[in-house]
Design a protein around this ligand. Structure first.
Ligand code: AMP
Ligand code: ZN
Length: 112
């Protein structure tokens, strides 16, 4: 499968890792939208939240459980935002499930 984030997991494309365990990888976004902008992903390929089901919820839950750990390691004691874009209308550009962690400043533009 020609997936950018699967290639990052495989080490075929470099990334700046901030957290890793057996199921989860977190790395700095290459085009940051905030002072801290990290992507948290499952190591196994899942297209998006739209594909979460009973078969992959265990690994998805491990990704979510890693988020506060990643936030703490990034020094986000004053809060942060977690975003996951889904599909065309959601503006998803990489079709491998990822949670953006954004912080390090008071974030602008609150859509929800
Ligand atoms: P989305 O638009 O929600 O699919 O988010 C994809 C994110 O991946 C964007 O914020 C990109 O800046 C980021 N991105 C794309 N290529 C890389 C890469 N090689 N390393 C790190 N982040 C990347
Ligand atoms: Zn993938």
């Amino acid at each position: 499968m020609d997936c950018l984030f699967c290639k990052i997991v495989a080490g075929e494309i470099p990334s700046t890792k901030v957290y890793e365990d057996d199921n989860v990888l977190a790395f700095k976004d290459i085009n940051p939208n905030a002072p801290v902008h990290v992507l948290v992903i499952p190591k196994t390929h899942i297209d998006s939240v739209d594909c979460v089901d009973a078969n992959n919820i265990d690994v998805v839950s491990k990704v979510i459980v890693a988020i506060p750990t990643v936030a703490k390691e990034c020094g986000l004691a004053n809060g942060y935002r977690v975003i996951t874009n889904v599909g065309e209308d959601g503006g998803q550009s990489v079709k491998h499930l990822h949670f953006h962690i954004l912080g390090g400043e008071k974030l602008p533009v609150k859509l929800a």
